[in-house]
Design a protein around this ligand. Structure first.
Ligand code: ADP
Ligand code: ADP
Ligand code: MG
Length: 675
């Protein structure tokens, strides 16, 4: 076995490889770009070498630099992860030439499977079933059109060098073929530098089912069963699961043997995935056809690890160091059901537009990286709270993997784990993933690659938390934050906002009004102290008692009227990010209340929230004030409003005197903040 390896990748996969290496007492060397100088994968390895600029072509794709780094640090082998150099035959060859082991298949196998058209010719010879189509070398447009006509519409034009869902065009009828061909070739030459295409029958309502295979240097092969990756957007995977629902043992064995035949045909070594497109017949039977082989470890490999109990990176390292496969086919078995969700920085409601930004809050479900037994939840993540998602790399932030005895159990765990995933700072697909996981057709395993477009109505723009509950959660959070600030909690956990020396101190009033903004619409709210104790919140025409209790781990038990939820609230500037078991939402409160728990301390809103009278100033010019400290009290509409300091600072000037009438938006005092 190796004693030191270099990991030629970044993000979650670099961290994941490092974790197995550490467990096997193998030292690790990270490589990193300018943008990744402080990245998690650098911290996860024993050593790290800077290899260049932020753009992949200046760093993670510069293989001469990477090979130099391996030699300089005494690494014996290079793990390429996925993406970047993992399917680069030249790089695999250069490693060998430099006396380094490439942890992957031989360069010849990468080449044989590199182009979709050529690999199909090889697979045809090996007797692996193919989608009816044309994958010849002759690229004459008239011939391609004639082939498409012969295959019968709809057809799919695919860039032979394509990958990542790019360079594909579905064509419905003969008249559209020429234009689609041109546009496909344009995209192919731009993205892959090669405009050769192939044509396939477009399979209707297909499923994507792939087989994990492994080969060793002794010529042994096994398959580690299947993964269903049918839930896709734009031909890219969103959720993956194993085993595939509805799979029979006979079909599993047939697909497994076909995948092993594919691997054997190219003398494959190491981890690989043979992807099949599966046609679902009206009688319930399924037909499978070879699509392509990915000659690397795949993003979704953890679901296979979960159902087999094996560590595939350990297998890769053992095989690459010359050991035989750890297990024989008959020693492998499926245990339970696993699902993976890819958490991406993107906005599903805006056509999945990728998002960048800082992870101000990055709360993950309770689990350990390889925790299958204890909680059934695993998170593979390449970032930490405070890290930035830059525009240079993939938008994938983390992978959530759950395991259960049954698919139902795994589904329930996934929904719970997604509910506990709290990300503030940039848009993510977490709530969208919850909608997919809970939508009836996914829950009932009616899987095909059109699931997302078909279920648009229930998947997009779904708000699961209403205004009253969001406002109740925010008020509860602000009061708890104030309590923490004032450190004046009553032993029972009950908080009396009027009993505190802070922004909520009452000057005789027993009711406070404030404004909230929910989905860009303003609403008035009013919090009232009841005579017999307790609070009442009026919002959106509804009036009901508000009760809340602070739980461990920062969560709140919130009861508003007959609604009850467990919520985590994170205040960022004016915006409260509310996460509940039902879903997540955002709400803005325009009041001192919003600033009480403010973690950011933005510069001031020291203005009158509405027309009224200045009751008193709690400070004078020159006073040093703490964030959250009350500065002034206003009265309007028979209610008092306290203006609190948004940040630590010094009072520069009072602009009014008690008793003065002020207009809405009038500045009441000037505060100089430190920041
Ligand atoms: P699969 O799930 O079949 O492996 P994908 O195409 O979704 O296929 O995943 C591989 C892709 O991930 C690569 O094509 C690349 O765009 C992207 N990628 C490469 N390196 C990384 C990385 N370090 N972290 C996240 N994504 C990466
Ligand atoms: P990539 O290299 O981009 O992963 P694939 O050939 O693996 O390309 O195809 C990606 C996805 O496109 C598949 O998972 C499937 O959803 C869809 N697809 C591919 N071939 C067909 C086909 N013949 N009919 C219908 N859908 C297809
Ligand atoms: Mg593919």
């Amino acid at each position: 076995m190796f004693t030191k390896i270099l990991i030629a990748n970044r993000g979650e996969i670099a961290c994941r490889v490092a974790a197995t290496a550490r467990r096997l007492a193998i030292k690790t060397v990270a490589v990193y770009s300018d943008a990744d100088a402080g990245a998690k994968h650098v911290a996860a390895c024993d050593e790290a070498i800077h290899i260049g600029g932020s753009a992949p072509k200046d760093s993670y794709l510069r293989w001469e630099r990477i090979i130099e780094a391996a030699k300089a640090t005494g690494a014996q082998a290079i793990h390429p992860g996925y993406g970047f150099l993992s399917e680069n035959e030249e790089f695999a060859q250069a490693c060998a030439n430099a006396g380094l082991v490439f942890i992957g298949p031989p360069p010849s196998a990468i080449k044989d499977m590199g182009l979709k058209a050529e690999s199909k010719q090889l697979m045809e010879k090996a007797g692996v079933p193919l989608v009816p189509g044309y994958h010849g070398a002759n690229q004459d447009p008239d011939l391609l059109q004639a082939e498409a006509d012969r295959i019968g519409y709809p057809v799919l034009i695919k860039a032979s060098a394509g990958g990542g869902g790019k360079g594909m065009r579905a064509v419905e009828k003969a008249e559209d073929f020429a234009a689609a061909l041109q546009s496909c070739k344009r995209e192919a030459i731009n993205s892959f530098g090669d405009d050769a295409v192939l044509i396939e029958k477009y399979v209707q309502r297909p499923r994507h089912i792939e087989i994990q295979v492994f080969g060793d240097t002794q010529g042994n092969y096994v398959y580690l069963f299947e993964r269903d990756c049918s839930v896709q957007r734009r031909h890219q995977k969103v959720l993956e699961e194993a085993p595939a629902p509805g799979m029979t043992p006979e079909m599993r064995a047939q697909m497994g043997l076909a995948a092993v035949a594919a691997a054997r045909a190219v003398n494959y070594v190491g981890a690989g995935t043979v992807e099949f497109i599966v046609e679902q017949r009206a009688d319930g039977s399924m037909n499978f056809f070879f699509m392509e082989m990915n000659t690397r470890l795949q993003v979704e490999h953890p679901v296979t690890e979960a159902i087999t109990g094996q560590d595939l990176v350990e297998w890769q390292l053992r095989v690459a160091s010359g050991e035989p496969l750890p297990l024989l086919q008959e020693q492998l078995a499926i245990d339970g059901h696993a699902i993976e969700a890819r958490i991406c920085a993107e906005n599903p409601d805006n056509n999945f537009l990728p998002a960048t930004g800082t992870l101000h809050v990055y709360g993950l479900p309770a689990c350990a990286t390889f925790d299958r037994a204890a909680t059934g939840v695993r998170v593979d993540s390449g970032v930490r709270e405070g890290d930035t998602i830059s525009p240079y790399y993939d938008s994938m932030v983390a992978k959530l993997i759950v395991h259960g005895r049954t698919r139902e159990e795994a589904l329930a765990r996934m929904d719970a784990a997604l509910a506990q995933t709290h990300i503030v700072g940039l848009a993510t697909n977490v709530q969208f993933l919850r909608h997919v996981v809970t939508c009836p057709s996914f829950a009932q395993a009616q899987l095909d690659t059109a699931l997302i477009p078909r279920e648009t109505a229930v998947l997009f723009n779904q708000e699961k938390v209403g205004l009253p509950l969001a406002a109740a959660a925010q008020v509860a959070h602000a009061l708890v934050a104030e309590r923490a600030l004032a450190a004046q909690a009553d032993a029972s956990g009950w908080i009396d906002p009027w009993a505190q020396r802070d922004g909520w101190r009452s000057h005789g009033a027993s009711s406070r009004a404030f404004m909230v903004e929910f989905h860009d619409a303003p609403h008035t709210a009013q919090l009232t102290r009841l005579h017999g104790g307790g609070l009442q919140l009026q919002i959106d025409g509804q009036t009901a008692p508000l009760h809340f209790t602070a739980l461990a781990n920062g969560a709140l038990d919130v009861r508003y009227g007959d609604q009850r939820t467990t919520a985590n609230v994170y205040q960022k500037g004016d915006v409260a990010h509310v996460f509940t078991a039902q879903g997540a939402t955002q709400i803005v409160a325009i009041d001192a209340l919003a600033h009480a728990g403010d973690v950011q301390g933005e510069a001031g809103r020291l203005t009158a929230p509405m027309p009224g009278k200045v009751v008193s100033f709690a400070v004078k010019a020159g006073d040093a004030v703490k964030k959250g400290q009350p500065l002034a009290v206003m009265e309007a509409m028979k209610m008092e409003h306290t203006i609190a300091a948004p940040a630590d600072g010094t009072v520069a000037e009072l602009l009014f005197a008690p008793g003065d009438q002020v207009t809405e938006g009038a500045e009441l005092l000037k505060l100089e903040t430190a920041a």
